[in-house]
Ligand binder design. Sequence first.
Ligand code: FES
Length: 113
Amino acid sequence: MSTIRKKLISYDELHNLDSKGLTVIVEEMQLTIFVVKKDKQIFVYENSCPHTQGPLDWVPDNFLDGNQKFIMCANHGALFQINDGLCVYGPCKSQSLRALPFEIENGEVYLLV
Ligand code: FES
C-alpha cells in the first residue's frame, strides 16, 4: 500500500509550546489529530483519549496543561508526556496517545498515512 501525504501546517505556524487541532480527510475517512511544537520539535497525535476515545480538547487548539508541561485531556484531567504521548496521571495512566507518522519538508509538516 502506498503512503499518502497530507499537508498539515507550516512548521513556523506554531510557536514553542503551541498546539493545534486539525481534521484531515484520508480516503473518505475523517481523522482528528493535533500537533504540538516543543523545543523546535513537532509531535503529531490522534485526538483521541485512551480513556474514552473522545477528543482531548474542550477549547479549540488548547491541548496543554496550565504549565505547558504536559498534554492534558480536558475531560478528566489525564496528563500525557509531550514527547511520547505516555499518560503519567489520570484514569488512563500508562496508556498512550496514538502518535502519527509525519515528515517535514521545505518548512511544511505532512502527515503520512
Ligand atoms: S476522556 Fe480523557 S481522561 Fe477521561
